[in-house]
Design a protein around this ligand. Structure first.
Ligand code: AMP
Length: 494
């Protein structure tokens, strides 16, 4: 069996790996590390949870032992689609790089430029960035990319989904052609293959797991429910309470407004719960995640965008409050549990409207998912006794609408989605008003920032700023209203 010592890593790295408690390299590590150390380009097809991060961080650390960083000229660059993933990679550098004296700079949106500028001035060996913020730094003249020896493009398929590919192409043009490129993606559709062909030179291709596979250690169940949100919430509460082995859980919603609503509802019902969605500022997100990881919160309600790729090693349960519209998202969500050989459970609440999406999921993963307590045909007739709650809800929504001075259609619309690639239902109302509102928001932001020193690429800058704030109207209530105890943790130390 291959050991870490067989892979050609430096002594400093091997000792940090031993301290991390790892005994055997995972398949992506065993496959990628020797080639990365030979300065070969790599095309790695692997999901989060396979040990992918260490497969590029460990060889980078070994290679960086030669040479020194110069001010504003980073030596290596790692691109990540989300701030959370970028912060996680930075944590990996801290863990595996504890025997090195490397400067790591985390350049992500949602935090001030000043601290990031200071790190760059000191000279960074490693830059870990989301594409928009990196380009902002370049355009402000704070960064020279001509010293980059290694470029890592992580989660390429996610980058594509989020519309980052034009940014990545611009970034790649700023980096010397002679660089080494390590490219990772969970899936390899034709667009990603084309991208890999453009960025990589004679790459070593390493594929470790099919994107459609779910871990064998996860027990998966569908749970039938009527379609109203309050009915689904009641089903969810019963489900959570029925789990005798529940240590902690992530609850996924398709829309960020539902993340917010469900969070508040669970809180009202006395659950220990936090929420993660794209409208929270970086500090709140980091603190929330930390509190969940530390066990201060038992449940975390999240959207796909906010939770993508998060490394939370020990989640016992995943609940899908909504069936994901894209079947691949199901695989990603389920991947939060049953990691590293542990057992896990995943429950998906399915309404009649969701049946078609549930069918596609079963097709993708190539197995039938059992129903937990009878399928949709065994549901009792919907109860008529919820009129009171419904009218209370309507009253509350109207009140909120008045507070925000917005037409009610915006809040009630199915278009209140977080993920750009989730399509609104045909014929649903409100899309025009949402789009209009977003345009207005952008214009206001641009106006507030005044004239910009870089007139070129306005479109790109606008797109980036737009994405930095995540699409969709801001959910009511939760945004700034986070209990103080959840915010006690400082930002990731990097
Ligand atoms: P990643 O795919 O990079 O998100 O890693 C998933 C999880 O596996 C993380 O919690 C890592 O700390 C852990 N991990 C990475 N490499 C190994 C290894 N060789 N043995 C055991 N755990 C590992």
């Amino acid at each position: 069996m291959t050991t870490f010592a067989d892979l050609g890593l430096s002594q400093k790295v091997l000792s940090a790996v031993t301290d991390a408690g790892y005994t055997t390299p995972t398949p992506i590590q065993a496959g990628a590390i020797p080639f990365a150390l030979q300065r070969r380009d790599i095309c790695g097809i692997a999901q989060t949870g396979t040990g992918k991060t260490a497969s590029f961080v460990l060889p980078m650390l070994s290679l960086l032992e030669q040479g020194r960083a110069r001010a504003r000229m980073p030596r290596t660059l790692i691109l990540e689609p989300t701030r959370e993933l970028a912060a996680q990679v930075a944590e990996n550098f801290e863990k595996y790089g504890k025997n090195h004296r490397l400067n790591v700079a985390l350049l992500i949106g949602g935090v001030s430029f000043e601290d990031q500028d200071r790190k760059l001035e000191r000279g960074a060996d490693v830059l870990i960035c989301t594409p928009g913020r990196l380009l902002d730094h370049c355009e402000r003249g704070k960064l020279l990319m001509s010293g980059v020896e290694i470029l890592v493009i992580d989660e390429a398929d996610r980058m594509l989904d989020m519309g980052f590919i034009p940014d990545i192409e611009r970034i790649a043009k700023l980096i010397p052609f002679t660089r080494q490129t390590l490219f990772f993606s969970a899936t390899m559709p034709p667009e990603i293959q084309k991208l890999a062909d453009r960025f990589l030179q004679n790459p070593e291709r390493i594929e470790v797991a099919k994107p459609s596979s779910t871990a064998k250690t996860v027990t998966q169940r569908f749970v039938a429910s009527h379609g109203k949100d309050y009915e689904k919430r009641a089903v969810l509460r019963d489900l959570i309470r029925a789990q005798t082995e529940l240590k902690n859980a992530i609850i996924f919603c398709n829309r960020k407004k539902d993340v917010s609503d469900l969070f508040r509802s669970l809180q009202r019902h006395g659950f220990s719960v936090g929420a993660l969605h794209g409208d929270m500022d970086q500090r709140s997100r980091t603190a929330m995640l930390h509190n969940f990881k530390e066990g201060n919160l038992q449940l975390l309600v999240a959207s796909d965008v906010a939770a993508r790729g998060l490394d939370i090693p020990d989640v016992s349960h995943v609940f899908n409050f909504d069936v994901p519209i894209h079947a691949e998202d199901y695989v990603h969500r389920i991947g939060r549990t049953g990691r590293a050989g542990r057992s896990g459970a995943a429950f998906t609440i399915v309404t009649r409207h969701d049946q078609k999406y549930a069918d596609v999921i079963e097709k993708l993963i190539g197995e039938k998912i059992e129903w937990s307590a009878g399928d949709l045909s065994s549901l009792p007739a919907p109860e008529q006794s919820h009129d009171e709650e419904r009218s209370r809800r309507k009253g509350r929504d109207r009140g909120k609408d008045r507070e925000r001075g917005k037409p009610r259609a915006v809040h009630k619309s199915d278009n209140d989605v977080e993920d750009n690639d989730v399509q609104p239902k045909q014929g649903s109302k409100g899309i025009e008003s949402v789009k209009h509102e977003r345009k207005q928001d952008n214009r206001q932001q641009n106006g507030a920032r005044g004239a910009r020193p870089y007139p070129a690429n306005d479109d790109n800058r606008e797109r980036r700023r737009h994405r930095d704030h995540d699409d969709g109207p801001t959910p009511v209530g939760f945004g700034d209203d986070i209990p103080a105890f959840m915010l006690i943790v400082a930002n990731a130390k990097v």
